[in-house]
Design a protein around this ligand. Structure first.
Ligand code: NAP
Length: 182
């Protein structure tokens, strides 16, 4: 199966991806304001064909002025599907398949590179040993509490550091390859 799953996400220095109520006010650019530096996001986004996102991340994307995933195949994970196909945007599919079942299905339909996004979603893919690469940009701020990027694991996951880039803004972007899962 030649399918790759990647994470590309920003965290506070204390490891949160959003405040407890989902707010991203601490994350520059999250309000859609034009940023001069995109921290490599555009290049990454061009490299993927499919997004797998959690329901919470999907509901946040629905509040943006423009649909942020234009041109990509989007799958929203929720235990509520197919019972509640809540106003899905055009071209968006909802599923309650397990991460392994979903990736198997996406690979069979020709998907090559999947962007996995949302805290719980990333954690469930890590649990299923399905993440290959992670690019994490640390923002120089402590927010004290919030939604964690990572959580408890059944076993250690070893990573190989690939690159780290420091930006003038103080953002630090590190890319890791998942090497072993035990
Ligand atoms: N800092 C960043 O770069 C960044 C990036 C993305 C998102 N965010 C923020 O992160 C927050 C969202 O993260 P989150 O951890 O709350 O949630 P999430 O992963 O976006 O969504 C969680 C929901 O997705 C569904 N889900 C996830 N894994 C599933 C699985 N294996 N099977 C079935 N359903 C599954 C469940 O929906 P049901 O409850 O319907 O079953 C679960 O409650 C938002 O506030 C967003 O703004 C930040």
């Amino acid at each position: 199966m030649t399918i790759k799953c990647s994470v590309f996400i920003a965290t506070s220095l204390d490891g949160f991806i959003a405040r407890k109520n989902g707010d991203l006010d601490w994350l520059p650019g999250s309000d859609g304001a034009a940023e001069i530096e995109d921290y490599g996001f555009k290049e990454f986004f061009l490299s993927i064909d499919t997004l797998v996102i959690g329901r919470n991340t999907y509901e946040l994307a629905l509040t943006f002025k423009e649909w942020p995933y234009r041109g990509k195949n989007v799958v929203v994970l929720s235990s509520r599907f197919p019972k509640t196909p809540k106003n899905l945007a055009q071209g968006v599919e909802g599923t309650s398949l397990s991460p392994a079942e979903l990736i198997h299905r996406l690979a069979s339909s020709g998907s090559k590179h999947v962007y996995v996004d949302g805290g719980k979603t990333i954690q469930s893919f890590l649990h299923a040993d399905l993440i290959h690469e992670m690019t994490i940009t640390r923002i120089p701020i402590l927010i004290g509490e919030g939604i964690s990027l990572f959580g408890p694991l059944a076993h250690d996951i070893k990573l190989a550091h690939l690159t780290t880039i420091t930006f003038e803004s103080g953002f630090v972007k590190s890319k890791y390859k998942v090497t072993t899962t035990s």
